[in-house]
Design a protein around this ligand. Structure first.
Ligand code: MEV
Length: 307
C-alpha cells in the first residue's frame, strides 16, 4: 500500500516569542501544503527523498520515532513534495513531521487522535530544534485559525474566515532557534523589561482574538502594528522587514507586522481590498516578494490510499 498525506504551512498572526514563555498566540494554517508519500520497502534501510534538504532530518526523525514507539520492524520509503520552499518560513518542516507521522499511522494501521499526532510531532520537532512552542505543529495538525498556548496547553479553534492578508517575503531565511535564543538572552539580561513586553503582547493577543472574531479589521490591523513595535523592542526585526512594513502601512494597510521569529522570513499586512494592489506594489518596491497565500487552510489530511 502507498499512502499520500498532506499538511499545511502556517503564519503567526499574533504573539510570537511571548508564546515560548507561556503567553497566548494566534496562528493560522495556510494553503501552501507539504505532501508526503509513504510505502513499505523491502530494503533494509529507510529511503528518504526530499527535494529540500532541511526537511530530510524531520522526515528521518519522524520515521525513527514512529518505528520505535509502535515497534515497527519494516522499513519505509518516504518522498516529500512541497507547494513552498522552506526558505520562506511558512513551516514546511513541521508540516513534514505531521504528515509523515500521519502517513505512517495509516500505512501500519495505528490509529491515533489528532491530539496524539500533535504531541508526537511536537516531541520530534523539539528533539531536532531544542526550542519552540509547537504553534507550527498545531497549525499543521489542526488547520484553521487557533488561539494557542505552548505545547498545546490551549488549542482553541477561532472562526475567523478568510482574512484580507498580504504576505511579503523579505528574501532572507531566518534562523528561528537563534532568534529564540536571542530573546532568551534578553530575558536573562533584562528580565523585568522583557516580561513587560510579553505582558503587553499577551494583552493585545486577547484583544486581537476578540477583534478577529467580530471581523473588526481596523482594530486587528492596529493591533498588528502594535505587536510589531513590541517585536522591535525585543530586537528581532530587521531594517528590511521594517521598511516593508512601513511601505504597507503608508499605502493603506490597516496594519502590518513581521510574522515568525524575525530576522527575515515574512511580514504580513491586513489590507482593505481596494488598497491591496497598492500595498503589494509598495512591498515589492521595498524589496519584498509578495506571496499569494490564503489563511484558514485545512489541517493534515489523507490525500490518497493506493492498495
Ligand atoms: C517562530 O516562528 C515563532 C516563535 O514564537 C518560536 C515558537 O513559537 O516556536 C519565535
Amino acid at each position: 500500500m502507498k499512502v499520500s498525506v498532506s499538511a499545511p504551512g502556517k503564519l503567526m498572526l499574533f504573539g510570537e516569542h511571548a508564546v515560548v514563555y507561556g503567553y497566548p498566540s494566534v496562528v493560522t494554517a495556510v494553503d501552501k501544503r507539504l505532501y508526503v508519500e509513504a510505502e513499505q520497502t523491502d530494503k533494509e534501510v529507510e529511503e528518504v527523498i526530499t527535494p529540500q534538504v532541511k526537511e530530510s532530518r524531520f522526515v528521518s526523525e519522524s520515521i525513527s520515532f514512529f518505528r520505535e514507539k509502535f515497534a515497527v520492524k519494516e522499513h519505509v520509503k518516504v518522498r516529500t513534495r512541497g507547494d513552498f520552499s522552506h526558505n520562506v518560513g511558512l513551516g514546511s518542516s513541521s508540516a513534514a513531521t505531521v504528515a509523515v507521522l500521519a502517513a505512517l499511522g495509516v500505512l501500519f494501521n495505528k490509529f491515533f487522535k489528532k491530539r496524539t499526532l500533535f504531541d508526537m510531532s511536537y516531541q520530534v520537532n523539539i528533539k531536532i530544534q531544542g526550542v519552540g512552542s509547537g504553534f507550527d505543529v498545531a497549525a499543521a495538525t489542526f488547520g484553521g485559525t487557533l488561539y494557542f498556548i505552548r505545547q498545546g496547553e490551549v488549542l482553541e479553534p477561532l472562526s475567523v474566515g478568510a482574512l484580507p492578508l498580504v504576505i511579503g517575503y523579505s528574501g532572507i531565511k531566518a534562523d528561528t532557534p537563534s532568534y529564540v535564543r536571542k530573546v532568551a538572552e534578553n530575558f536573562k539580561q533584562k528580565k523585568n523589561e522583557t516580561i513587560d513586553i510579553f505582558k503587553k503582547i499577551r494583552d493585545l493577543v486577547e484583544l486581537a482574538k476578540q477583534s478577529l472574531l467580530v471581523k473588526d479589521y481596523e482594530m486587528v490591523g492596529k493591533l498588528m502594528t502594535r505587536n510589531h513595535v513590541l517585536l522591535q523592542q525585543l530586537g528581532v526585526s530587521t531594517v528590511k522587514l521594517d521598511s516593508m512594513i512601513d511601505a504597507a502601512f503608508n499605502t493603506g494597510a490597516f496594519g502590518a507586522k513581521l510574522s515568525g521569529a524575525g530576522g527575515g522570513d515574512c511580514m504580513i499586512a491586513l489590507v482593505p481590498s481596494e488598497k491591496r494592489k497598492n500595498v503589494e506594489k509598495a512591498i515589492e518596491k521595498a524589496g519584498g516578494q509578495v506571496i499569494k497565500v490564503k489563511n484558514n487552510a485545512e489541517g493534515v489530511k489523507i490525500e490518497e490510499r493506493i492498495i
